[in-house]
Ligand binder design. Structure first.
Ligand code: ATP
Length: 132
């Protein structure tokens, strides 16, 4: 199988740097399946599940908002946060969900958009963690 170079950066630095066979990533418009020689593009990544397929593994990640850049032989992702399924602290995600849910239920003196985004991130982490 042909491969391409994938690099993933977060505000903490380089998270991933290696050759992969396929990347499944959700943008505002589509879930893209990126294979070698994909057409160049730049797109906004949404809070979602991301899948990296290499010769011997298929690994799932929870990803926060970011930017995807596809060049000829190289794909770069800049994301606010990314955790592989086994890096997700499920109790923390459940607590974040509870916090956001109760803020949204009370709706007094809160930043609704911020709480909604926190809830989406928490639900995404929970869903990636629980994914088969
Ligand atoms: P919390 O309220 O629990 O901090 P959050 O959605 O506000 O959640 P982020 O701002 O998205 O957190 O992420 C901050 C940092 O913490 C990132 O490095 C992210 O990877 C990490 N992180 C957040 N939640 C979890 C989790 N449940 N498990 C593992 N890492 C997490």
């Amino acid at each position: 199988m042909k491969t391409f170079l994938l690099q993933i950066y977060t505000p903490n630095g380089k998270y991933f740097d290696g050759y992969v066979e396929e990347l499944l990533v959700a943008t505002e418009e589509y879930v893209l399946g990126i294979l070698p020689n994909h057409a160049p593009l730049v797109a906004k990544v949404i809070v979602s599940k991301l899948t990296i397929i290499t010769a011997n593994s298929k690994k799932k990640y929870a990803v926060s908002e970011g930017l995807l850049q596809v060049k000829k032989e190289e794909v770069t992702l800049l994301v606010d946060a990314i955790e592989s399924k086994d890096e997700i602290d499920i109790e923390r995600a459940r607590r974040a969900k509870e916090r956001a849910t109760s803020r949204l239920a009370n709706r007094v003196n809160i930043d609704i958009a911020r709480a909604e985004k926190a809830l989406i991130r928490a639900n995404n982490r929970i869903s990636v963690y629980e994914d088969e």
